[in-house]
Design a protein around this ligand. Structure first.
Ligand code: ZN
Ligand code: MN
Length: 478
């Protein structure tokens, strides 16, 4: 390997505030088109923006989680450019006094641990959304997203491989989602990543020509785009046929290539200037301490609690703490039924397999934890068997049934009556002489067939341990 790829990232993360950055409009995802718009976020002249306090606190939280310095005084600046999704003709962002500076995040890859340094984290507003309608041959604009608060996390050019980039984004997602700064859903656009990339000969201290790949929103696409763009740079350096220019490029996932979007742009092109309508915001130590004292448990702390205090295996703890949503379900369910191992089992084995069947990710599973806990208790206390429990779990998810009421009403309680089970065993054996012959001839799998038949006759409700024990005894006597 003669060359090395050098990358820096700009990561935009949508903050989990209820209202927009400078007005009281809702930020709810999935509202009607242009439902959440007012004169301020529509960029009307003469309106006066007010800074959202919660957005500042979430940015401070992001700063604390990334070991950043928090600035004592912040301002907002206009970044001027024209685009139809930007109604004011400028984006309000922070150039001169960003809220966080000089942080770092530790990542871990197969090559070991590494510190990724951050230049800064700044607050800014999002733009609206253009909807291109090919059928009508028009473009429509939805301003619901206009002025939704974002933080932009800018790293130093510390990345040398796609693996490091992916590890960093996963670490950020974990840090920020566990602290409720953002849900960090790449597929919904609440976390997007721009990659600045250049290639140089190993050992050289001069940076090569840099290109930027914009708005990446899946880890798989990011890895593919980095590999493609690195190779394009190397080919250009080797053959000289293609001339590299500083430009912004777009990744086309269906074609598997990057395409030029626009040429070089510098800060001066945007004529940044402080917005005179927004007063500087002062952040004192007291405010920072208040935010710090409310920091929720990180994924890492939770992993330690699950393994060391609750005695869960590392495998289970790893799966649960990979997703903020799963670990919230775990903690809440545990409040109603305090058996960590069983709760973890039901989440990992049953809940996740149903979610997978419904094409839902770990972050999209929703369940009433109180009902979930009741169900686990019914199975754990041997009131119902596990198979009945699985069916009830589906019904909780689909229809919201109450497991205790449902079991009573449908008489699903586990059958432990040994004489009933014994007589059912005798019935099944005498009804299946052929299978019995096979068993005598040494076929062990017939045992499972008998269990299935007995269970069916007992409506699927019998205690499987008792069936197994009595069946084994009955077969011995034959
Ligand atoms: Zn508004
Ligand atoms: Mn930005």
């Amino acid at each position: 390997m003669k060359y090395e790829t050098i990358m820096g990232l700009e990561v935009h993360v949508e903050l989990a505030t209820k209202s927009k950055l400078f007005c009281a409009c809702s930020t709810e995802f999935g509202s009607d088109v242009n439902e959440n718009v007012c004169p301020v976020c529509a960029g009307m002249p003469g309106t006066s923006p007010m800074v959202n306090r919660k957005a500042i606190e979430l940015a401070i939280t992001a700063g604390l989680l990334t070991n950043s310095e928090i600035s004592p005084r912040i301002t907002f600046d206009k970044k001027n450019y024209f685009y139809p999704d930007l109604p004011a003709g400028y984006q309000l962002t922070q150039l001169f006094a960003p809220i966080c500076k000089n942080g770092w995040v530790e990542i871990e890859t197969d090559a070991g641990k590494k510190k990724i340094n951050l230049v800064q984290i700044h607050l800014e507003e999002d733009a609206g959304k253009l909807i291109h309608d090919d059928w009508m041959d028009t473009t429509l604009i939805d301003f619901n997203r206009a002025s939704v608060p974002l933080i932009e996390i800018v790293t130093r050019p510390d990345f040398r491989s796609a693996e490091e980039v992916v590890a960093f984004l996963e670490k950020l997602r974990s840090l920020l989602s566990f602290a409720d700064v953002s849900d960090c859903k790449m597929q919904e656009g609440s976390m997007r990543c721009d990659i600045n990339l250049s290639v140089r000969e190993k050992g050289s201290d001069k940076l090569g020509t840099r290109t930027e790949i914009k708005n990446m929103n899946s880890l798989k696409a990011i890895a593919a785009a980095i590999s493609y763009e690195s190779q394009r740079h190397i080919d250009a350096l080797e053959t000289g046929e293609e001339v590299l220019v500083q430009e912004t490029r777009r990744w086309d996932d269906s074609i598997g290539a990057t395409f030029s979007m626009r040429g070089k742009e510098d800060a001066t092109d945007y004529r940044y200037c402080p917005d005179p309508d927004i007063m500087p915001v002062f952040i004192d130590d007291e405010w920072i301490d208040a935010v710090r004292s409310n920091l929720p448990e990180t994924a890492q702390d939770k992993f330690i609690r699950l393994t060391q205090k609750l005695g869960l295996p590392e495998y289970d703890s790893e799966i649960i703490t990979r997703s903020k949503n799963l670990s919230t379900i775990f903690d809440e369910t545990l409040q109603y039924y305090n058996n960590p191992k069983e709760v973890a089992n039901w989440i990992i084995v049953e809940l996740l397999s149903i979610a997978k069947g419904d094409n839902k990710g770990e972050d999209d599973v929703r369940i009433d934890c109180q009902k979930f806990a009741k169900l686990i208790e019914l199975v754990d206390g041997r009131t119902i068997n596990r198979n009945v429990g699985k069916k009830i779990l589906s019904l909780i998810l689909e229809e919201g049934i109450d497991p205790v009421e449902y079991v009573e009403k449908n008489k699903l309680g586990m059958i432990n009556d040994t004489s009933l089970i014994s007589s059912t065993i005798q019935e099944v054996l005498s009804e299946n002489p052929k299978a019995l012959e096979e068993y005598k001839a040494g076929s062990k799998k017939v045992h499972g067939f008998f269990v299935g038949q007995i269970m069916r006759k007992l409506g699927g409700k019998a205690n499987p341990q008792i069936i197994n024990k009595l069946l084994t005894e009955a077969l011995k006597e034959i």
